[in-house]
Write a protein that binds this ligand. Sequence first.
Ligand code: AP5
Ligand code: ZN
Length: 217
Amino acid sequence: AVFILLGPPGAGKGTQARMLTEAFGLVQLSTGDMLRAAVAAGTPAGLAARSVMEAGGLVSDEIVLGILKERMRQPDIRAGVILDGFPRTAAQAAALDDLLAENGQTVSAAIALEVDDEAMIDRVAGRFTCAACGEGYHDRHKQTARPGVCDKCGGTEFTRRADDNAETARERLSAYHAQTAPLIAHYDDLGVLERVDAMGSIAAVSQQLARIVSRVS
Ligand code: AP5
Ligand code: ZN
């Protein structure tokens, strides 16, 4: 099964993809995480992507597709995948359709997480992540049970993303509206679109997603 999580920055794609990984054994494929790893490793793709990401724009389709296709060749993805932050342009969506068709597959469901723009800025600006295990938190919406200690792994180091300031977040949001939101119509035309109200609590959104994934897979 191939699930897509569509939604603006801060909608909760990463948070919910991790939940689906744990609950359904799906493999999370986050192009944002892959690109940040490439930047950290200083690969040619990472060097080209870095300034675009810091400015809140979209990295070129060529770089993103290169990274994603390489990841899709790994055998572990046969368990089923949850695409988090991909596709983000019409060209990426077309490339994904072609890639899946080569293996006789199609998109199982494209799930659009719907949030309003102001909530998104608030979610992104308050986000922090465990440096050891990658669990995501929020200053107000999802705190650690013990201050400064990760609930999942006990780690005590946390990071904040370079692009999580209000100004860059607004750029990311406008890139979403200009280039990614039109994909909602593409998946609606294919008959695989599911809309989810992502303004509720993390648990409420998880429940809606779990229902969709159980029904479709
Ligand atoms: P990427 O890493 O994909 O970032 P994004 O799309 O901006 O999404 P975020 O990770 O910011 O948000 P999210 O929806 O995952 O929210 P989260 O669950 O963390 O991309 C980064 C950059 O890489 C892009 O700008 C671009 O340059 C490049 N890139 C990546 N993919 C690309 C592609 N395919 N093509 C081209 N360029 C690409 O939640 C946010 C916060 O809110 C957390 O703190 C969380 O705890 C909290 N929260 C979550 N849900 C709720 C809730 N229901 N209520 C309250 N708080 C909540
Ligand atoms: Zn941790």
